[in-house]
Design a binder for this molecule. Structure first.
Ligand SMILES: Cc1ncc(COP(=O)(O)O)c(C=O)c1O
Length: 422
């Protein structure tokens, strides 16, 4: 990936031109939400300007809204690797969708049933399941981690599986340390004991290609605002589960797919924006859009091929940046890195790192960096099961996330700023 390519990409994101305190803004806060390209902003405003309406009316804006929604279901289906756009549901955010899903699935559990959650989760794929299990009298089993590299203890996971296991809730990757989990193997283990697998792909989505068929999961959740789109949650499930499990529904609401798992009026503008975010990513893989915000000419097959190419590019570019970051941080005696820091294990991590500093609490370091225009997070960012396990509450860690619009020069500037915190 050339510097020219990154500069051309950066021009598509209006926020990347911002400055703060006379310093160029450096957005290393992608794990908490990425910036959005102009095409996404245009899609949202175009929907609101031209077609704003509710679904189900006989008049033109309502009919156009149906078309916008249909195009978005298809684009997101392509993004997730499913042929069935009706199995994609939208909602306010991943957490709300997962509370709805967990409550609905839990109605099928009985006393003696068991579910498995891991200590590497964001709390949104942890607490909803624990709460639902408690309400049903099901038992919760916990997969521990290896503290030294913040990876899942897969032996522990294997030892917890049995014919009593009803469900495994697991993330593709940690939003704190960037640890990438062997998701296909975990979903396979779930299948072998007849358990459902619910995968949190929120942190994974901007970095690598999601493919629900390859993952072999039963449900997958993500959020468009982490992959260059607006604030919106996404749920995918296998058709048979979405049809057979009963969601909490109002009587007049659609009980058939794709509306079955969507509650209340949706943010149509955000859904339009999510489609534009997927198409933006497709352009990184060579797709050309005749009308970026509401393109109907990009076939599903072309979009998928372009997304494959885009994520190959993204992955190789981000990998260079994150190892530049890790190597730089590793050389500083006042910095402790949590998670995988060995280049030989690059395939086991995503471009997100968490550190603690000998001299400063994470919040104080984040404040000082913020004064120079660096956007980085402090605390637990809701990866509370992990920070509790590491004994890092209440201060947590400083988290630095790289996405494809960051540059090597930004990483250098950031490293210099961290050096000066010693
Ligand atoms: C890994 C992970 N899972 C789930 C969530 C929750 O997503 P949402 O904000 O859409 O509820 C987040 C948000 O930070 C996350 O990073």
């Amino acid at each position: 990936m050339s510097d020219a390519w990154v500069s051309s990409v950066r021009k598509l994101f209006p926020a990347l031109a911002r400055t703060f305190n006379d310093c160029p803004a450096v957005f290393l806060d992608g794990p908490a939400g990425t910036q959005v390209p102009e095409v996404v902003i245009q899609a949202i405003s175009r929907y609101l300007r031209e077609s704003n309406a509710n679904l189900g009316g006989t008049f033109f804006t309502s009919c156009e809204t149906v078309e916008w929604m249909r195009a978005a279901h298809q684009a997101v289906a392509d993004f997730l690797g499913t042929d069935d756009p009706d199995t994609v549901a939208f909602g306010p955010n991943m957490t709300t969708l997962n509370f709805a899903l967990s409550r609905a699935i839990a109605r099928t559990w009985r006393k003696g049933d068991e579910i498995i959650v891991t200590r590497l989760e964001h709390d949104s794929n942890f607490t909803p399941w624990i709460t639902a299990a408690r309400e049903q009298g099901a038992r919760v089993r916990y997969v521990d981690i290896h503290v030294e590299d913040c990876t899942l203890d897969l032996e522990c996971l294997r030892s917890l599986l049995s014919d009593r296991t009803r469900l495994i809730a697991v993330g593709c990757a940690s939003n704190a340390t960037g640890t990438r989990n062997p998701i296909e193997a975990i979903c396979q283990s779930a299948r072998e004991v007849g358990a459902l697998s619910v995968v949190d792909a929120v942190h994974f989505a901007p970095h690598e290609r999601i493919d629900v068929r390859r993952f072999g999961c039963d449900f997958l959740l993500c959020s468009a605002y982490k992959f260059f789109g607006p604030h919106l949650g996404i749920l995918w499930g296998r058709r048979q589960h979405l049809e057979n499990i009963t969601p909490y529904k109002l009587r007049p609401a659609p009980h058939a797919l794709p509306g079955r798992w969507m509650t209340g009026t949706q943010s149509h503008e955000a859904i339009a924006g999510a489609k534009a975010a997927v198409d933006y990513l497709a352009t990184l893989g060579g797709a050309t859009l005749s009308c970026p915000e509401k393109d109907l000419s990009l076939s599903s097959a072309d979009r998928r091929t372009a997304l494959d190419a885009a994520f190959e590019r993204i992955q190789s570019y981000e990998s260079q940046l994150i190892w530049q970051m890790i190597d730089g941080l590793k050389s500083m005696p006042h910095v402790k890195l949590w998670g995988i820091t060995d280049r030989a294990r690059a395939s086991e991590r995503l471009p997100t790192v968490a550190v603690t500093l000998a001299c400063l609490k994470p919040i104080e370091a984040a404040r000082r960096l913020a004064a120079q225009g660096f956007c980085v997070w402090h605390g637990n960012y809701y990866a509370l099961p992990l920070t509790e396990r590491l004994g890092l509450e209440p201060d947590g860690m400083l988290r630095i996330g790289v996405v494809h619009y960051n540059t090597s020069e930004e990483v250098d500037r950031f490293l210099t700023a961290v050096e000066q915190l010693s």
